[in-house]
Design a protein around this ligand. Structure first.
Ligand code: IPE
Ligand code: IPE
Ligand code: MG
Ligand code: MG
Length: 297
């Protein structure tokens, strides 16, 4: 009942206004007139769902953290995520021309600019983390370590590599789960852990939201696979049917649509169970868990 009562639309829209404002401020530190800054702004401000920063803010809130202090961490996650999308869409990767309802960065600009805009967003994310004034230096270091671990060869980049290597050949269920946990789950998991860390959570609290993040991160990519089959491209702002045409490994290809949806539902139950120790302060996390499987975009 509590979950149904929670106004997630209102929660996202008030958070997103702050997230967009902070992202815009970070971009304002760059020389606007450069083509590089223009391409970075084009992709970063194209209106994504801002799920990772919202998860980060919700995790911080769950442990009683301060919203203003959490915003730079939330925005660093969004910069890393946007860089990963720009590179994911490049011709030698997924070769997509539509993202967030707009032409992909390499189409709107050119491939070299898209590569460099991605590089720049990734670097700027870590510069932002290293420049924070609120948290203790040891906390900053821990945030940088956790995010780098999730984004790099121990996480997202290795997941993307496995995704590319597996095109056209069938993975086992265990292999596909590992791929999805790395390419998408790792950054989402770190959004939760980093939110709890900057929010001043204790180690048991950090572990609990991290467990939630691990489950929700996998569920998120399972649903992305499902939407690639049955979603509406006009609503999603990106092409559908591409996993099949590119002979990608996906949950619907492996298990079928119904079993994939069931699996995602089970993961949401796991996620919600992982944060059972929290009270009302974790209601945003509970509502977001349900949103992950109900979303249409
Ligand atoms: C898309 O992420 C890529 C995946 C990791 C599945 P999102 O669905 O969060 O994309 P935006 O940020 O809303 O555009
Ligand atoms: C994107 O995965 C994962 C990352 C960008 C790290 P997909 O390639 O499956 O996602 P979409 O469908 O292009 O958003
Ligand atoms: Mg991809
Ligand atoms: Mg893709």
């Amino acid at each position: 009942v509590q979950i149904e009562m929670f106004d997630l639309t209102g929660y996202f829209s008030s958070n997103n206004a702050r997230i967009e404002r902070t992202l815009s401020e970070v971009l304002d530190s760059l020389d606007r007139s450069t083509r590089l800054a223009e391409a970075m702004r084009y992709s970063l401000m194209a209106g994504g769902k801002r799920l990772r920063p919202n998860l980060c803010l919700a995790a911080s809130e769950a442990v009683g953290g301060d919203l203003e202090r959490t915003l730079p961490v939330a925005c660093a996650l969004e910069m890393i995520h946007t860089y990963s999308l720009i590179h994911d869409d490049l011709p030698p990767m997924d070769d997509d021309t539509l993202r967030r309802g707009k032409a992909t960065c390499h189409v709107a600009f050119d491939e070299a600019t898209a590569i460099l805009a991605g590089d720049a967003l990734l670097t700027l994310a870590f510069q932002t983390l290293a420049s924070m004034e609120g948290p203790r230096p040891e906390c900053c270091l821990e945030l940088i370590r956790a995010m780098a671990f999730a984004a790099g060869p121990h996480g997202m980049v290795q997941g993307q590599m496995l995704d590319m290597q597996a095109e056209g050949r069938s993975l086992t269920r265990a292999e596909l789960q590992r791929l999805h946990r790395l390419k998408t789950g790792a950054l989402i998991e770190s959004a939760l852990a980093c939110g709890a860390m900057v929010g001043g959570g204790g180690s048991a609290q950090i572990d609990a939201v991290r467990e939630y993040g691990k489950a929700i991160g996998l569920a998120f990519q399972v649903v992305d696979d499902v939407l690639n089959v049955e979603g509406d491209p006009a609503v999603m702002g990106k092409a559908t049917g591409t996993d099949r045409s590119r002979r990608k490994n996906s949950y619907p290809a492996l298990l079928g649509l119904e079993k994939s949806k069931e699996f995602a539902q089970n993961l949401v139950r796991e996620a919600v169970a992982a944060i059972a120790v929290f009270g009302l302060e974790a209601d945003p996390l509970r509502a977001i868990a349900h949103y992950v499987v109900e979303r249409k975009k």
